[in-house]
Design a binder for this molecule. Structure first.
Ligand SMILES: C[S@@+](CC[C@H](N)C(=O)[O-])C[C@H]1O[C@@H](n2cnc3c(N)ncnc32)[C@H](O)[C@@H]1O
Length: 260
């Protein structure tokens, strides 16, 4: 099921270090917001409630934290110990600067969310918004999240919907369209390093039943699953997808799972 350990982690580290400068402005914008918004369509937390209103006293981790605004929102909701792990030193440089600027205390780890240097059962809540959720191999990072959580703890994540991968042209041209370019059942590793438009890194996704099977095998109980809908229509391409497409079909998926 999995590739040789680490290949995608190294490729993605280079990709994100090369591109970290492009994520500074969006990081600054989200740090300045009191109320969380999520994903490429900026849907608010009321509609996609990745974060509960109250995290008072909980130990939390953000897996693939980027500029770490998700952790800032968790700290502002009362989380006690807030840890963000990211594979890119460039992203963490922005994260460190913004945390200092906003006076929020976070622990940042430069590392791989598939092998987090924290003890078993050390967190109550784990979040990933387009971090480990899409850049890590689910067969590695989901069991790792389970290991980190205490009994009763939750993992919530948002990322690309498998349908958006299946309808992505094989040569990586954008936008995604309405043709089924690749099979559904074998969806797993997606290498965009040679994409003709916007070459990227190596991403991962599973078909919906594959995620369900993985959660079951790992021991997670699924509490909720949503397919956020882009509220607008239009032809402006955002991360390879147009609003019109994402208003008709699901471009994103969100999962809430609990360690019993
Ligand atoms: C789109 S950002 C998501 C974070 C945040 N929500 C944001 O939008 O800034 C993706 C992040 O995942 C990180 N990432 C990729 N592979 C990773 C890995 N194996 N372990 C930890 N972080 C990883 C990248 O370095 C990048 O900062």
């Amino acid at each position: 099921m999995t590739e040789q350990s680490g290949e995608h982690v190294a490729v993605n580290r280079d990709h994100w270090d090369d591109n970290a400068h492009e994520w500074v402005a969006s990081g600054e914008r989200n740090w300045a917001r009191e109320a969380p918004v999520w994903g490429i369509w900026g849907i608010d937390n009321g509609e996609v409630p990745l974060l509960p209103d109250d995290l008072t006293g909980l130990d939390v981790v953000e897996l693939g934290c980027g500029t770490v605004y998700g952790s800032a929102w968790m700290a502002r909701r009362g989380a006690r110990r807030v840890v963000g792990i990211d594979n890119s030193a460039g992203q963490l440089a922005t994260a460190t600067r913004l945390a200092q600027q906003h006076g929020i205390e976070l622990e940042l780890i430069h590392g791989d969310a598939e092998a987090v240097p924290l003890p078993d059962g050390s967190v109550d809540f784990a979040l990933s918004e387009y971090g480990a959720a899409i850049w890590c191999d689910p067969y590695r990072w989901v069991p790792e999240a389970f290991r980190l959580l205490r009994p009763g703890g939750r993992l919530v994540f948002l990322g690309t919907h498998p349908l958006a991968h299946v309808t992505a042209p094989m040569d990586g041209s954008v936008p995604i369209d309405t043709t089924l370019h690749r099979g559904w059942f074998d969806l797993h590793r997606l290498d965009w390093t040679d994409a003709v438009d916007e070459p990227g890194g190596i991403e991962f996704c599973l078909p919906t039943a594959g995620w369900m099977a993985l959660f079951r095998d790992v021991g997670f109980v699924v509490e909720d699953y949503r397919e956020p809908r882009c509220p607008a229509t239009g032809d402006e391409v955002t991360f390879a997808i147009t609003p019109t497409w994402a208003n008709r079909w699901p471009s994103e998926q969100a999962w809430w799972v609990r360690r019993p």
